[in-house]
Design a protein around this ligand. Structure first.
Ligand code: PLP
Length: 432
Protein backbone atom coordinates (compact mmCIF):
# COMPACT_ATOMS: atom_id res chain seq x y z
CA UNK A 1 0.00 0.00 0.00
CA UNK A 2 1.32 3.43 -0.92
CA UNK A 3 1.28 5.95 1.93
CA UNK A 4 0.83 8.86 -0.47
CA UNK A 5 -2.02 11.20 0.46
CA UNK A 6 -5.30 10.96 -1.50
CA UNK A 7 -4.46 14.27 -3.22
CA UNK A 8 -0.99 13.02 -4.22
CA UNK A 9 -2.53 9.86 -5.65
CA UNK A 10 -5.03 11.90 -7.68
CA UNK A 11 -2.24 14.10 -9.08
CA UNK A 12 -0.47 10.92 -10.13
CA UNK A 13 -3.60 9.68 -11.90
CA UNK A 14 -4.09 13.08 -13.47
CA UNK A 15 -0.56 13.24 -14.87
CA UNK A 16 -1.09 9.91 -16.59
CA UNK A 17 -3.99 11.21 -18.64
CA UNK A 18 -3.74 15.02 -18.67
CA UNK A 19 -0.55 16.83 -19.75
CA UNK A 20 1.16 17.96 -16.51
CA UNK A 21 -2.01 16.96 -14.65
CA UNK A 22 -4.39 19.88 -15.24
CA UNK A 23 -6.15 21.46 -18.20
CA UNK A 24 -4.98 25.02 -17.52
CA UNK A 25 -1.46 26.27 -16.79
CA UNK A 26 -2.52 28.38 -13.80
CA UNK A 27 -3.74 25.25 -12.00
CA UNK A 28 -0.25 23.83 -11.65
CA UNK A 29 2.01 24.37 -8.66
CA UNK A 30 -0.37 22.95 -6.06
CA UNK A 31 -0.24 19.63 -4.24
CA UNK A 32 -3.90 19.72 -3.18
CA UNK A 33 -6.86 18.32 -5.06
CA UNK A 34 -9.96 20.25 -4.05
CA UNK A 35 -13.18 18.31 -3.79
CA UNK A 36 -15.62 20.64 -2.06
CA UNK A 37 -16.47 24.33 -2.25
CA UNK A 38 -18.89 26.44 -0.26
CA UNK A 39 -19.06 30.18 0.27
CA UNK A 40 -15.60 31.56 0.92
CA UNK A 41 -13.99 28.13 1.39
CA UNK A 42 -12.50 25.16 -0.47
CA UNK A 43 -11.75 21.74 1.03
CA UNK A 44 -9.04 19.40 -0.20
CA UNK A 45 -9.30 15.61 -0.34
CA UNK A 46 -7.70 15.32 3.07
CA UNK A 47 -10.50 17.43 4.56
CA UNK A 48 -8.40 20.58 5.11
CA UNK A 49 -10.31 23.83 4.74
CA UNK A 50 -8.88 26.87 2.92
CA UNK A 51 -10.10 30.45 2.77
CA UNK A 52 -10.17 30.97 -0.99
CA UNK A 53 -8.49 34.12 -2.29
CA UNK A 54 -8.19 32.82 -5.85
CA UNK A 55 -11.90 32.47 -6.60
CA UNK A 56 -11.17 30.60 -9.82
CA UNK A 57 -9.12 33.60 -11.08
CA UNK A 58 -12.15 35.86 -11.08
CA UNK A 59 -15.53 34.23 -11.72
CA UNK A 60 -16.64 33.41 -8.18
CA UNK A 61 -17.99 36.75 -7.01
CA UNK A 62 -20.99 35.90 -4.80
CA UNK A 63 -19.49 32.81 -3.22
CA UNK A 64 -18.79 29.18 -4.11
CA UNK A 65 -21.72 26.87 -4.89
CA UNK A 66 -24.25 29.67 -4.43
CA UNK A 67 -27.59 27.85 -4.08
CA UNK A 68 -29.57 30.71 -5.65
CA UNK A 69 -27.45 30.65 -8.79
CA UNK A 70 -27.43 26.86 -9.01
CA UNK A 71 -31.22 26.73 -8.67
CA UNK A 72 -31.61 29.22 -11.52
CA UNK A 73 -29.35 27.06 -13.70
CA UNK A 74 -31.28 23.90 -12.91
CA UNK A 75 -34.59 25.64 -13.61
CA UNK A 76 -33.30 26.80 -17.01
CA UNK A 77 -32.02 23.31 -17.85
CA UNK A 78 -35.37 21.79 -16.94
CA UNK A 79 -37.42 24.39 -18.84
CA UNK A 80 -35.70 24.93 -22.17
CA UNK A 81 -32.17 23.72 -22.68
CA UNK A 82 -29.84 24.62 -25.56
CA UNK A 83 -31.89 24.99 -28.75
CA UNK A 84 -29.36 26.47 -31.14
CA UNK A 85 -32.17 28.34 -32.88
CA UNK A 86 -32.72 32.08 -32.60
CA UNK A 87 -32.30 34.02 -29.36
CA UNK A 88 -33.38 32.43 -26.09
CA UNK A 89 -35.44 34.35 -23.53
CA UNK A 90 -32.74 34.56 -20.86
CA UNK A 91 -30.28 35.82 -23.46
CA UNK A 92 -32.53 38.76 -24.35
CA UNK A 93 -33.04 39.58 -20.68
CA UNK A 94 -29.29 39.49 -20.01
CA UNK A 95 -28.44 41.57 -23.09
CA UNK A 96 -30.90 44.24 -21.93
CA UNK A 97 -29.34 44.22 -18.47
CA UNK A 98 -25.76 44.54 -19.78
CA UNK A 99 -26.83 47.42 -22.06
CA UNK A 100 -28.45 49.13 -19.06
CA UNK A 101 -25.40 48.68 -16.81
CA UNK A 102 -22.39 49.18 -19.07
CA UNK A 103 -21.79 52.66 -20.50
CA UNK A 104 -20.25 51.40 -23.78
CA UNK A 105 -22.92 48.76 -24.46
CA UNK A 106 -25.50 49.51 -27.14
CA UNK A 107 -25.44 45.93 -28.44
CA UNK A 108 -24.01 42.78 -26.88
CA UNK A 109 -23.22 39.20 -27.90
CA UNK A 110 -22.44 36.27 -25.61
CA UNK A 111 -19.74 33.65 -26.10
CA UNK A 112 -18.05 31.23 -23.73
CA UNK A 113 -14.63 32.64 -22.83
CA UNK A 114 -12.68 35.85 -22.62
CA UNK A 115 -10.45 34.49 -25.39
CA UNK A 116 -13.50 34.30 -27.69
CA UNK A 117 -14.52 37.83 -26.77
CA UNK A 118 -11.17 39.49 -27.49
CA UNK A 119 -10.79 37.47 -30.70
CA UNK A 120 -14.15 38.71 -31.98
CA UNK A 121 -13.22 42.24 -30.95
CA UNK A 122 -10.18 42.09 -33.22
CA UNK A 123 -12.26 40.71 -36.08
CA UNK A 124 -14.81 43.51 -35.74
CA UNK A 125 -12.06 46.11 -35.54
CA UNK A 126 -10.43 44.83 -38.71
CA UNK A 127 -13.78 44.63 -40.50
CA UNK A 128 -14.66 48.16 -39.40
CA UNK A 129 -11.34 49.81 -40.25
CA UNK A 130 -9.91 47.70 -43.05
CA UNK A 131 -6.62 47.72 -41.10
CA UNK A 132 -4.67 44.80 -39.64
CA UNK A 133 -2.42 45.78 -36.72
CA UNK A 134 -3.39 45.94 -33.07
CA UNK A 135 -1.78 47.72 -30.14
CA UNK A 136 -1.62 46.26 -26.65
CA UNK A 137 0.22 46.82 -23.39
CA UNK A 138 3.27 44.91 -22.21
CA UNK A 139 2.30 42.17 -19.76
CA UNK A 140 -1.43 42.48 -20.32
CA UNK A 141 -3.12 39.17 -20.98
CA UNK A 142 -6.12 39.07 -23.29
CA UNK A 143 -6.49 35.34 -23.93
CA UNK A 144 -4.90 33.04 -26.44
CA UNK A 145 -5.75 34.30 -29.93
CA UNK A 146 -2.52 34.74 -31.85
CA UNK A 147 -2.93 38.48 -32.37
CA UNK A 148 -3.11 39.32 -28.67
CA UNK A 149 -0.97 36.54 -27.15
CA UNK A 150 2.15 38.63 -27.56
CA UNK A 151 4.11 40.68 -25.07
CA UNK A 152 2.43 39.38 -22.02
CA UNK A 153 2.29 37.70 -18.73
CA UNK A 154 4.92 34.98 -19.03
CA UNK A 155 6.57 34.23 -15.73
CA UNK A 156 9.97 33.55 -17.33
CA UNK A 157 10.27 36.96 -19.01
CA UNK A 158 13.21 39.13 -18.00
CA UNK A 159 13.81 42.86 -18.21
CA UNK A 160 15.90 42.23 -21.32
CA UNK A 161 13.19 40.26 -23.19
CA UNK A 162 11.76 42.20 -26.16
CA UNK A 163 8.34 43.75 -25.61
CA UNK A 164 6.79 41.59 -28.32
CA UNK A 165 7.89 38.18 -27.02
CA UNK A 166 5.16 35.66 -27.88
CA UNK A 167 3.31 34.05 -24.97
CA UNK A 168 3.47 30.46 -26.22
CA UNK A 169 5.22 28.20 -28.66
CA UNK A 170 3.04 27.38 -31.62
CA UNK A 171 1.59 30.84 -32.16
CA UNK A 172 1.83 32.06 -35.72
CA UNK A 173 5.40 33.36 -36.02
CA UNK A 174 4.29 36.23 -38.28
CA UNK A 175 1.96 37.63 -35.67
CA UNK A 176 4.53 39.81 -33.92
CA UNK A 177 4.77 41.99 -37.03
CA UNK A 178 1.13 42.94 -36.58
CA UNK A 179 1.17 43.69 -32.85
CA UNK A 180 2.48 46.94 -31.40
CA UNK A 181 3.37 46.54 -27.71
CA UNK A 182 3.67 49.56 -25.42
CA UNK A 183 4.68 49.73 -21.75
CA UNK A 184 1.70 50.37 -19.42
CA UNK A 185 1.60 53.95 -18.07
CA UNK A 186 4.18 55.15 -20.63
CA UNK A 187 2.38 58.16 -22.10
CA UNK A 188 5.31 59.21 -24.29
CA UNK A 189 5.69 55.67 -25.63
CA UNK A 190 1.97 55.52 -26.37
CA UNK A 191 2.04 58.82 -28.28
CA UNK A 192 5.07 57.66 -30.26
CA UNK A 193 3.43 54.32 -31.10
CA UNK A 194 0.34 56.10 -32.46
CA UNK A 195 2.45 58.57 -34.41
CA UNK A 196 4.31 55.72 -36.06
CA UNK A 197 1.53 53.12 -36.46
CA UNK A 198 -1.74 55.03 -35.96
CA UNK A 199 -2.83 54.76 -39.60
CA UNK A 200 -2.25 50.97 -39.61
CA UNK A 201 -3.96 50.14 -36.32
CA UNK A 202 -7.38 48.50 -36.26
CA UNK A 203 -7.65 48.30 -32.47
CA UNK A 204 -5.95 49.12 -29.19
CA UNK A 205 -6.53 46.63 -26.37
CA UNK A 206 -6.23 47.67 -22.73
CA UNK A 207 -7.33 46.62 -19.28
CA UNK A 208 -8.92 49.55 -17.45
CA UNK A 209 -7.03 48.56 -14.32
CA UNK A 210 -4.30 45.99 -14.94
CA UNK A 211 -4.79 42.61 -13.28
CA UNK A 212 -2.54 40.58 -15.59
CA UNK A 213 0.54 41.30 -13.48
CA UNK A 214 -1.05 41.98 -10.13
CA UNK A 215 -2.99 45.19 -9.58
CA UNK A 216 -1.59 48.22 -11.37
CA UNK A 217 -3.79 51.26 -11.78
CA UNK A 218 -3.60 53.53 -14.81
CA UNK A 219 -1.87 56.78 -13.92
CA UNK A 220 -4.09 59.87 -14.07
CA UNK A 221 -4.81 60.77 -17.70
CA UNK A 222 -3.35 57.58 -19.21
CA UNK A 223 -6.64 55.95 -20.28
CA UNK A 224 -7.98 59.33 -21.35
CA UNK A 225 -4.91 59.71 -23.57
CA UNK A 226 -5.50 56.27 -25.08
CA UNK A 227 -9.14 57.18 -25.74
CA UNK A 228 -8.12 60.45 -27.40
CA UNK A 229 -5.44 58.85 -29.58
CA UNK A 230 -7.83 56.09 -30.70
CA UNK A 231 -10.44 58.65 -31.68
CA UNK A 232 -7.92 60.85 -33.49
CA UNK A 233 -6.44 57.95 -35.48
CA UNK A 234 -9.69 56.08 -36.18
CA UNK A 235 -8.63 53.11 -34.04
CA UNK A 236 -11.16 51.06 -32.06
CA UNK A 237 -10.53 51.19 -28.32
CA UNK A 238 -11.18 47.67 -26.97
CA UNK A 239 -11.44 47.61 -23.20
CA UNK A 240 -10.76 44.20 -21.70
CA UNK A 241 -13.08 43.98 -18.70
CA UNK A 242 -12.80 40.20 -18.37
CA UNK A 243 -11.45 40.70 -14.82
CA UNK A 244 -13.01 44.07 -13.92
CA UNK A 245 -16.49 43.64 -15.40
CA UNK A 246 -19.24 43.05 -12.79
CA UNK A 247 -16.60 43.07 -10.05
CA UNK A 248 -14.93 46.51 -9.98
CA UNK A 249 -18.46 47.82 -10.61
CA UNK A 250 -21.62 46.42 -12.15
CA UNK A 251 -21.00 48.73 -15.12
CA UNK A 252 -17.34 47.70 -15.25
CA UNK A 253 -14.27 49.81 -14.55
CA UNK A 254 -15.43 52.12 -17.37
CA UNK A 255 -18.27 53.25 -15.10
CA UNK A 256 -15.71 54.04 -12.39
CA UNK A 257 -13.14 55.96 -14.46
CA UNK A 258 -15.54 57.39 -17.03
CA UNK A 259 -13.46 56.42 -20.05
CA UNK A 260 -15.84 54.81 -22.53
CA UNK A 261 -14.38 52.37 -25.07
CA UNK A 262 -15.74 51.38 -28.48
CA UNK A 263 -15.89 47.69 -27.60
CA UNK A 264 -15.82 45.90 -24.25
CA UNK A 265 -14.84 42.28 -23.67
CA UNK A 266 -16.20 40.78 -20.46
CA UNK A 267 -16.62 37.39 -18.78
CA UNK A 268 -15.70 35.81 -15.44
CA UNK A 269 -17.74 37.45 -12.63
CA UNK A 270 -20.88 37.84 -14.71
CA UNK A 271 -22.00 34.24 -14.09
CA UNK A 272 -20.41 33.29 -10.72
CA UNK A 273 -18.40 30.42 -12.22
CA UNK A 274 -20.50 29.28 -15.17
CA UNK A 275 -18.72 29.73 -18.49
CA UNK A 276 -19.99 32.93 -20.03
CA UNK A 277 -18.28 35.85 -21.69
CA UNK A 278 -19.36 38.52 -24.10
CA UNK A 279 -18.58 41.48 -26.24
CA UNK A 280 -20.45 44.76 -26.04
CA UNK A 281 -20.10 48.00 -27.90
CA UNK A 282 -21.37 50.81 -29.97
CA UNK A 283 -24.02 49.81 -32.46
CA UNK A 284 -21.99 51.13 -35.35
CA UNK A 285 -19.20 48.62 -34.57
CA UNK A 286 -21.25 45.67 -33.31
CA UNK A 287 -23.14 45.99 -36.61
CA UNK A 288 -20.08 44.55 -38.31
CA UNK A 289 -21.08 41.18 -36.91
CA UNK A 290 -23.07 40.11 -39.93
CA UNK A 291 -23.56 37.08 -42.10
CA UNK A 292 -20.30 35.67 -43.43
CA UNK A 293 -21.79 35.58 -46.89
CA UNK A 294 -21.73 39.40 -46.92
CA UNK A 295 -18.08 39.84 -46.08
CA UNK A 296 -18.79 40.85 -42.49
CA UNK A 297 -17.15 39.57 -39.33
CA UNK A 298 -18.80 36.44 -38.03
CA UNK A 299 -19.78 35.18 -34.62
CA UNK A 300 -20.90 31.60 -34.59
CA UNK A 301 -20.54 29.18 -31.70
CA UNK A 302 -22.47 26.10 -30.61
CA UNK A 303 -22.38 27.07 -26.94
CA UNK A 304 -22.64 30.84 -27.35
CA UNK A 305 -25.22 32.26 -24.94
CA UNK A 306 -25.84 28.76 -23.58
CA UNK A 307 -28.95 28.97 -21.39
CA UNK A 308 -27.30 27.47 -18.29
CA UNK A 309 -24.63 30.16 -18.05
CA UNK A 310 -27.10 32.81 -19.11
CA UNK A 311 -29.44 31.79 -16.26
CA UNK A 312 -26.48 31.89 -13.86
CA UNK A 313 -25.64 35.41 -15.08
CA UNK A 314 -29.20 36.69 -14.76
CA UNK A 315 -29.37 35.30 -11.23
CA UNK A 316 -25.91 36.65 -10.30
CA UNK A 317 -26.57 40.17 -11.56
CA UNK A 318 -30.02 40.22 -9.96
CA UNK A 319 -28.54 39.31 -6.58
CA UNK A 320 -25.69 41.79 -6.97
CA UNK A 321 -28.12 44.60 -7.74
CA UNK A 322 -30.54 43.75 -4.94
CA UNK A 323 -27.87 43.21 -2.30
CA UNK A 324 -25.48 45.95 -3.41
CA UNK A 325 -22.75 43.32 -3.54
CA UNK A 326 -20.23 45.74 -5.02
CA UNK A 327 -20.29 47.93 -1.88
CA UNK A 328 -19.74 44.84 0.26
CA UNK A 329 -16.82 43.73 -1.93
CA UNK A 330 -15.21 47.17 -1.63
CA UNK A 331 -15.63 47.27 2.16
CA UNK A 332 -14.15 43.79 2.60
CA UNK A 333 -11.30 44.50 0.16
CA UNK A 334 -10.46 47.76 1.93
CA UNK A 335 -10.42 46.02 5.33
CA UNK A 336 -8.06 43.38 3.98
CA UNK A 337 -5.68 45.78 2.20
CA UNK A 338 -5.46 48.01 5.28
CA UNK A 339 -4.77 44.96 7.47
CA UNK A 340 -2.11 43.65 5.11
CA UNK A 341 -0.44 47.08 4.83
CA UNK A 342 -0.31 47.35 8.63
CA UNK A 343 1.14 43.84 8.86
CA UNK A 344 3.82 44.78 6.31
CA UNK A 345 4.72 47.88 8.32
CA UNK A 346 4.82 45.94 11.61
CA UNK A 347 7.04 43.15 10.28
CA UNK A 348 9.33 45.54 8.40
CA UNK A 349 9.41 43.34 5.29
CA UNK A 350 9.97 45.12 1.98
CA UNK A 351 6.57 44.67 0.34
CA UNK A 352 3.55 46.64 -0.85
CA UNK A 353 -0.11 45.83 -1.25
CA UNK A 354 -2.10 47.38 -4.11
CA UNK A 355 -5.57 46.87 -5.51
CA UNK A 356 -9.12 48.03 -6.01
CA UNK A 357 -12.46 46.78 -4.71
CA UNK A 358 -12.31 43.07 -3.98
CA UNK A 359 -8.91 42.51 -5.67
CA UNK A 360 -5.35 43.00 -4.50
CA UNK A 361 -1.72 42.14 -5.18
CA UNK A 362 1.25 41.76 -2.86
CA UNK A 363 4.61 42.72 -4.37
CA UNK A 364 7.82 41.96 -2.55
CA UNK A 365 9.57 45.17 -3.63
CA UNK A 366 9.88 48.65 -2.15
CA UNK A 367 7.30 50.45 -4.27
CA UNK A 368 4.12 49.72 -6.13
CA UNK A 369 5.01 48.87 -9.76
CA UNK A 370 3.97 51.19 -12.59
CA UNK A 371 4.29 48.61 -15.34
CA UNK A 372 5.16 45.01 -16.22
CA UNK A 373 8.94 45.54 -16.26
CA UNK A 374 8.79 46.89 -12.70
CA UNK A 375 7.22 43.64 -11.51
CA UNK A 376 10.14 41.57 -12.80
CA UNK A 377 12.37 42.44 -9.84
CA UNK A 378 10.03 41.21 -7.10
CA UNK A 379 11.69 38.98 -4.53
CA UNK A 380 10.33 35.58 -5.56
CA UNK A 381 12.02 33.73 -2.65
CA UNK A 382 10.33 35.94 -0.09
CA UNK A 383 7.06 35.60 -1.97
CA UNK A 384 7.36 31.78 -1.91
CA UNK A 385 7.95 31.85 1.87
CA UNK A 386 4.95 34.15 2.34
CA UNK A 387 2.63 32.06 0.17
CA UNK A 388 3.70 28.76 1.77
CA UNK A 389 3.10 30.19 5.24
CA UNK A 390 -0.39 31.38 4.26
CA UNK A 391 -1.22 28.02 2.74
CA UNK A 392 -0.08 26.21 5.89
CA UNK A 393 -2.48 28.48 7.81
CA UNK A 394 -5.38 27.64 5.51
CA UNK A 395 -5.36 30.73 3.28
CA UNK A 396 -5.15 30.13 -0.45
CA UNK A 397 -3.34 32.82 -2.44
CA UNK A 398 -1.75 32.58 -5.87
CA UNK A 399 1.68 30.95 -6.29
CA UNK A 400 2.66 33.76 -8.66
CA UNK A 401 4.77 36.52 -7.10
CA UNK A 402 3.11 39.01 -9.49
CA UNK A 403 -0.39 37.56 -9.39
CA UNK A 404 -3.67 39.20 -8.50
CA UNK A 405 -6.09 37.76 -5.95
CA UNK A 406 -9.61 38.42 -4.85
CA UNK A 407 -12.31 37.65 -2.34
CA UNK A 408 -15.95 36.82 -2.85
CA UNK A 409 -18.96 38.45 -1.21
CA UNK A 410 -19.69 35.56 1.15
CA UNK A 411 -16.40 36.23 2.96
CA UNK A 412 -17.05 37.62 6.43
CA UNK A 413 -15.25 40.33 8.41
CA UNK A 414 -14.05 37.55 10.74
CA UNK A 415 -12.58 35.71 7.75
CA UNK A 416 -10.72 38.87 6.75
CA UNK A 417 -9.40 39.46 10.26
CA UNK A 418 -8.19 35.88 10.43
CA UNK A 419 -6.51 36.27 7.03
CA UNK A 420 -4.79 39.46 8.23
CA UNK A 421 -3.46 37.57 11.27
CA UNK A 422 -2.23 34.78 8.98
CA UNK A 423 -0.66 37.37 6.66
CA UNK A 424 1.19 38.93 9.61
CA UNK A 425 2.79 35.55 10.32
CA UNK A 426 3.46 35.05 6.59
CA UNK A 427 5.11 38.48 6.18
CA UNK A 428 7.27 37.72 9.24
CA UNK A 429 8.25 34.37 7.65
CA UNK A 430 9.16 36.23 4.45
CA UNK A 431 11.19 38.82 6.35
CA UNK A 432 13.30 36.18 8.12
N1 PLP B 1 -8.57 39.02 -20.52
C1 PLP B 1 -8.18 39.11 -19.26
C2 PLP B 1 -7.86 40.45 -18.66
C3 PLP B 1 -8.07 37.96 -18.48
O1 PLP B 1 -7.66 38.05 -17.20
C4 PLP B 1 -8.39 36.71 -19.06
C5 PLP B 1 -8.28 35.47 -18.26
O2 PLP B 1 -7.74 35.43 -17.19
C6 PLP B 1 -8.80 36.67 -20.40
C7 PLP B 1 -8.90 37.84 -21.10
C8 PLP B 1 -9.14 35.37 -21.05
O3 PLP B 1 -10.34 34.89 -20.53
P1 PLP B 1 -10.69 33.32 -20.59
O4 PLP B 1 -9.78 32.63 -19.63
O5 PLP B 1 -12.13 33.26 -20.21
O6 PLP B 1 -10.45 32.90 -22.01
Amino acid sequence: MSNATPSARQWEHARRVIPRGASSGHRLGWTQVFVRSQGAYLWDQEGNRYLDFLNAWGPIVLGHSDARVNEAVLAAANTCDLTGVGPQLGEIELAEKVCELMPSAEKVVFCTSGTDATMHAAHIARAATGRVKVLKFHGSYHGWSDHVAVGGARADLTREAPLDTVNSAGLHPGVTGDVVVVEWNDAAGLRAAFERHGAELAAAFAEGYVHSFGCVAPEPGFLELLRELCTRHGVLFVLDEVKTGFRAALGGIQSVNGVVPDLTAFGKAIANGYSLAGLAGRDEFMGHLGAYTHGEATIDGTYNANPYAIAAANATLGIMEREDTISRLYALGERLRTGYANAIAETGVEAVVTGIGSEWAVYFRGEAPRNFRDTMDVDTDRYAAYQASLLAQGVLETTSATGDRRLNASTTEEDIDRAVEAARTAFAAAAA
